[in-house]
Design a binder for this molecule. Sequence first.
Ligand code: URA
Length: 423
Amino acid sequence: MHAIDLIRAKRDGGRLEDAQIDWFIDAYTSGTVGDEQAAALLMTIFFRGLDPQELARWTERMIATGERLDLSTLDRPTVDKHSTGGVGDKISLALCPLVAACGAAVPQTAGRGLGHTGGTLDKMESITGWRPDLSHAEADAILRASGAVIRAAGDDLAPADRRLYALRDVTGTVESIPLIASSIMSKKIAEGTSALVLDVKVGSGAFMKDEAQARQLAEAMVGLGAAHGVRTTALLTQMDVPLGRTAGNALEVAEAVEVLAGGGPADVVELTVTLAREMLAVVGLDAVDPANVLAAGRAMDAWRAMVAAQGGDPGAPLPRASEVEVVAAPATGTLRRLDAMALGVAAWRLGAGRARKEDDVSATAGVGWHATVGDRVEAGQPLLELHVDDPARLPAALAALDGALEIGDDPVDPPPLVLARIS
Ligand code: URA
């Protein structure tokens, strides 16, 4: 086979045969096909898409480049959650132990942040001693003992995705529905979970800016899950307004711990409990109410066990930035807009995110906000906090916040969190 034939076929609106897809995924993963031809093929897919049969085969072959774990011997049903990424999205941190405390096992493979969206592993790494790299045997033992594990996907789970994602990242081909769907689902199916709930973000701070696109992505992923025996449902949730009150690694861990302690911002609590209900329902544990389990402190116990099992000290103080720059509210009235993208970019520029995969992130950098959409604010009150260790980063972060918020006279309701459910 020749890569040029696949590129020409797709470029001209044709479809790829199963054997061509198998050949390409294997050849690119092993390095037989080079970056230039793979980049051209990805760009044709970006413009032409993949039909459902092509997408199914593409994903199946990505899975087949590595191991598919078998968790069927666990004595509890397995269920995972994946978010397509947003600003202030620390939901997994409290959600995984909460669902474990409700009786399911959560075998989460998580990722790192790129650009303005945060990553669960970066957040968890702000806890002293916590480590994401576990062997399958270690992850299995932790899952059996504490009911939840959050870990990095090793090189042996869908390794094709590592190469394809790195190439997409530098060739403008990330925002393609079939390429995102196959990337996410190949890793989730390979990790061995029996069920999956997807949180597909929609809005300024998300990959998918409108609901129609998000729905297409959700439907593609739900279909792939079903085809591989993973019961999958999706919630479309809003990401025009950032979640909670913080964006930044240690800042978000602190907020998740507040939720586990029975407090925390109302939107974070609501989305955590909503996703927990969805996860429990998909594995038939819907008789358990996660709101009660959270209130009883059992999710906090599961969090402590999960963190300690991965080398972390759940009682250690979280690191704090050496400088906090406060931005005051410029007027009195209702906060009518707080733009997720602007806050995410500001946190990123302060050091919370990375521009390239190999960059380090700061545990302490980030943004906090004292009010969210719908809240009343007084001129001069502290509204935003910029946490930073390197003050040279402040001007670029402040520039990102230009035009990020609007204060007006008329009251406004915060947007609904859940926009739709796809199953
Ligand atoms: N997250 C992934 O894992 N893959 C994508 O393509 C986009 C987001």
